[in-house]
Design a protein. Structure first.
Length: 263
């Protein structure tokens, strides 16, 4: 038999070593992975050099599409863009930063294929998370890329290992067309007319520091929030697919947030 093609093996192969998994109490691996994916502003992108085959890792800004797929804004003059044009396979490392040993904090490795997209929604969602990118998004060599996830590897920190699949971190959107279509208006309405409620979502529900928070994204599972360079994620109590469902849930969440004692 001939050699199997590269895609015959899973994108991330196991070591063959069985590790005893004993996640800490209350450790929600899928929830942590989704939060890391939705809140990360930057990550380390590994691509393959088309001539040498060696990997190259570069720092990139990151946003997500409504379904959670990573969106990147890349310059056509960069090495990583040249590499992706030749071979779309890539890996993206997202990490939660904090004090102390970096390895004590959660990190998420994503493996998949990146493709160039001409998509108004991808552009809008990326710029909502990275407004300063308006300075160069108009340049002719810049373009948006979307990563289709093939595998996910989560390390939640010491003693927090767990298996996570792409389906665990992505959001189904087939039944949420009405909500997706209404997203731009929802964001504008919340940020212009309900800034106090948004602030409560961030500080009381997401336990983020106080500040001028705004909504940068909305999907069936939650809200993405930002305050300067800080980000936060608020998860809905239940999945939402229509603007009417969202309005009801946001009202209930605001009441819940007001009832909470400030940390």
């Amino acid at each position: 038999m001939g050699a199997q093609p590269p895609d015959a093996a899973p994108p991330i192969t196991g070591t063959g070593i069985e590790l005893p998994l004993n996640p800490a109490a209350g450790f929600d691996a899928a929830g942590l992975a989704r939060t890391l994916l939705r809140t990360a502003r930057s990550g380390a992108l590994a691509t393959n050099d088309p001539q040498s085959g060696f990997p190259l890792t570069t720092l990139v800004n990151v946003a997500t599409d409504v379904d959670g797929a990573p969106i990147l804004l890349l310059s056509g003059l960069s090495l990583h863009t040249r590499n992706l044009a030749a071979d779309g396979r890539a890996s993206l490392l997202l990490a939660e930063t904090g004090k102390g040993d970096p390895l004590a904090h959660p990190r998420l490795s994503l493996v998949g294929r990146c493709t160039r997209v001409e998509d108004a929604r991808a552009r809008r969602r990326f710029l909502a998370k990275h407004p300063k990118s308006q300075l160069y998004v108009q340049l002719p060599d810049f373009g948006f890329w979307r990563m289709e996830l093939a595998a996910v590897h989560l390390n939640g920190g010491f003693g927090r290992a767990a298996a996570v699949a792409p389906a665990d971190v992505l959001t189904a959107i087939d039944d949420a067309g009405a909500l997706i279509e209404a997203e731009p208006g929802i964001l504008a309405h919340m940020n212009e007319d309900h800034a106090d409620a948004v602030r409560l979502y961030a500080t009381r529900l997401a336990r983020a520091p106080d500040g001028r928070w705004s909504v940068t994204g909305c999907d069936p599972e939650g809200l993405d929030l930002a305050c300067g360079d800080e980000t936060a994620r608020v998860t809905f109590p239940q999945r939402l697919t229509t603007p009417a469902d969202l309005r009801k849930s946001l009202k209930e969440m605001a009441e819940q947030a007001r009832a909470k004692v400030s940390p």
